[in-house]
Design a protein around this ligand. Structure first.
Ligand code: HEC
Ligand code: HEC
Ligand code: HEC
Ligand code: HEC
Length: 525
């Protein structure tokens, strides 16, 4: 037992007990404070192992985030390819979404996109993902912003480089002398002040948002902090355009609200400025086939949860993903942040729903997830047809007088439909965090994508309509395989009608393998 901790231990036990009793009620808001410790860990510590001696129980439970074999019905911790519904685990899975590569064509997400697993793997998965370029000159071709949600080292690097950091080459930070893949993956320092263990924020975009909305971290309730520490990463964000501030700085698009409608509106502006200084729409990339100006949504868990049945009732992320547990008679927060369905006893849920059986609760989750997943697949298909409609229209010879206007409107509806679909697709609970919002969002996605099809058809005097009727798999088959390496192969780019719209990449050797640079020439400066 660490002497410094003795003082606070009684208070800790009382606080934890208090919170547990309170969370049995329907309103779990609590005024109690997070336990405060006094450690000798350095304020700017970024290694997980530095916390092990003082907090062996939390450390041991955090290490369980390395579990990577167990699946639940729709989710779990195997990093399978999210587009592959053909192969068995660990490569593919039956509840995959086959059109992901089609929908992201022209954007690095079309190269590789996997199911999330535990925090333990964040850096390992980052240095192995095909989205960050590993070929040719070895430059990542994405900003360092991508590192933001993978490691507390962001604090060190931001201190060193300031806002210049964001637009630097991410591969400057990937080698073993820059980061320890396991010890400096997401850890204690991302959520705790190392000297007191109070909850704190490391994340620049969340700190910025609190500042923009006049909120002071020190005055925010403990209950809200138990979700906001997760909202540092489990949210939608974008890379700021240089016309609006430091280039590629991550920003949360929440100024109009957290719903998909609000974000769609937000992204109408916040792009580059024109000659008169007026701000145009923000665009992540232009779709290779439809040329629609697209937005890629990223895991909006916090935004989805916040006005769902649990978020609205004041339940926090930690209530379900960090349940209280007893180790050696001590009550601690489990730091194994994973799918609650991996526990056959559903203990996280039964802290509050003590009158329900584990099976009942599991069935309620699956009930929502099945309905959400079915509609997710349908919305995905209408989105694919919408891109195809615009493609056909842009090559059609029969054109109405207002063809250009209609086609521009059609592309806008492609963008909207896919943004709404992705809000649910990229969200990691398959609807459970907010069942009504998930289904409403998917319905709006289908409305917008269908409007795109109608507008494109109208623009061609409906000459393309016949080509769009019927089974989507016959009209546009899924693209099963695509990668940076395959982009170098002209044959691959002839293997699907949509791939023909891509320009091949020049043949180039792979220069990065994980954290190792394979070629002897100097690493990029
Ligand atoms: C009422 C309980 C509850 C709350 C509150 C809650 N979640 Fe979840 N979460 C779940 C359930 C249930 C699943 C689905 C797990 C499954 O299907 O296996 C899930 C899934 C997830 C997943 C995907 C897990 C995986 O296996 O990939 C992530 C990530 C996640 N939640 C993060 C959050 C965050 C962040 C918050 C707060 C903003 C939050 N959750 C709030 C219950 C909850
Ligand atoms: C993703 C955010 C996050 C990470 C990473 C994290 N914690 Fe926590 N930790 C929390 C939250 C949330 C609580 C609950 C605080 C509360 O209820 O006020 C907590 C509580 C604690 C407590 C108070 C006692 C308890 O168990 O509730 C300790 C001690 C602690 N964490 C240690 C650690 C250590 C050590 C690590 C790294 C191995 C770590 N935490 C990593 C979010 C995190
Ligand atoms: C520093 C950024 C960051 C913070 C803070 C963070 N997460 Fe995560 N989380 C991630 C990333 C990145 C992954 C995916 C890692 C991978 O797949 O390699 C992830 C994965 C997960 C998963 C999936 C685990 C599995 O087994 O499939 C859950 C659940 C989750 N986080 C919940 C939470 C909760 C709850 C909090 C707050 C207490 C939180 N996270 C805070 C970045 C973060
Ligand atoms: C901290 C307390 C708490 C925890 C933990 C919790 N719930 Fe709830 N749950 C609530 C509250 C509060 C409500 C909303 C109103 C009510 O029923 O009083 C609710 C409502 C529900 C509902 C009905 C609304 C809906 O979404 O259809 C279901 C189902 C449910 N919870 C399942 C779960 C499951 C499954 C888990 C674990 C993954 C869980 N809950 C964890 C407190 C909690």
């Amino acid at each position: 037992m660490n002497n410094k901790r003795l003082l606070t231990l009684a208070a800790t036990a009382a606080t934890l007990l208090g919170a547990a009793v309170l969370s049995a009620c329907s309103d779990v808001k609590t005024e109690l404070k997070t336990p405060v410790y006094k450690t000798s860990i350095k304020e700017d510590e970024t290694r997980m192992s530095a916390f092990k001696k003082d907090f062996p129980e939390q450390y041991a439970s955090y290490m369980k985030n390395s579990e990577s074999e167990v699946m639940t019905v729709y989710k779990g911790s195997v990093a399978y390819r999210k587009n592959d519904n053909v192969n068995p685990l660990p490569e593919g899975y039956k509840y995959a979404q086959p059109y992901l590569k089609n929908l992201w064509l022209g954007y690095p997400f079309s190269f590789e996109y996997n199911e999330a697993r535990g925090h333990y793997y964040a850096v390992e998965d980052f240095v192995n993902i095909d989205r960050i370029n590993r070929y040719g000159d070895g430059k990542g071709q994405l900003p360092t912003t991508c590192w933001n949600c993978k490691t507390p080292k962001m604090m060190t690097w931001h201190k060193e480089y300031g806002d210049k950091l964001w637009s630097m080459d991410p591969n400057l930070f990937r080698s073993k002398d820059k980061i320890d893949m396991i010890d400096e993956s997401i850890n204690c320092a991302n959520c705790h002040n190392p000297t007191t263990m109070e909850l704190r924020l490391y994340s620049e975009p969340l700190k910025d948002w609190l500042k923009r909305t006049g909120q002071d971290w020190d005055k925010i309730s403990r209950n809200d902090k138990r979700s906001l520490v997760c909202a540092q990463c489990h949210v939608e964000y974008y890379f700021q355009h240089k016309d609006n501030g430091p280039a590629a700085k991550p920003v949360f698009p929440w100024d109009d609200g957290m719903n998909p409608e609000d974000m769609y509106k937000y992204y109408m502006t916040h792009g580059p400025k024109d000659a008169l200084g007026k701000t145009g729409p923000f665009v992540d990339w232009v779709h290779a086939v439809s040329k629609a100006p697209m937005i890629k949504m990223q895991h909006p868990e916090y935004e989805t949860f916040i006005d769902g049945p649990h978020g609205a009732a004041g339940v926090s992320c930690a209530d379900c993903h960090m349940q209280y547990q007893r180790t050696d008679g001590k009550k601690i927060s489990s730091h194994w942040m994973t799918a609650p369905l991996k526990d056959p006893e559903m203990r996280a849920c039964r802290q509050c729903h003590a009158d329900k059986t584990a099976d009942f609760l599991k069935e309620r989750v699956l009930y929502t997830q099945k309905k959400t997943f079915d509609q997710l697949l349908k919305a995905q298909e209408v989105s694919v047809k919408a891109h195809e409609a615009v493609r056909l229209a842009s090559e059609a010879s029969s054109r109405t007088e207002n063809y250009d206007v209609l086609l521009a409107q059609a592309r806008e509806m492609v963008r909207k439909g896919q943004l709404f679909w992705d809000y649910v697709s990229a969200e990691n609970s398959v609807g459970f965090h907010n069942p009504a919002k998930a289904l409403d969002t998917l319905m709006k996605s289908m409305e917008a994508s269908q409007a795109a099809i109608d507008l494109a058809s109208q623009a061609t005097n409906y000459t393309i309509s016949a080509a769009l009727a019927g089974d989507v798999e016959k009209i546009v088959p899924p693209i099963p395989k695509h990668s940076r390496q395959l982009m170098q192969s002209p044959e691959h780019l002839q293997s699907h009608p949509w791939l023909k719209y891509l320009k091949p990449l020049p043949a180039a050797p792979q220069v990065w393998d994980g954290q190792t640079r394979l070629t002897s020439e100097a690493a990029p400066k």
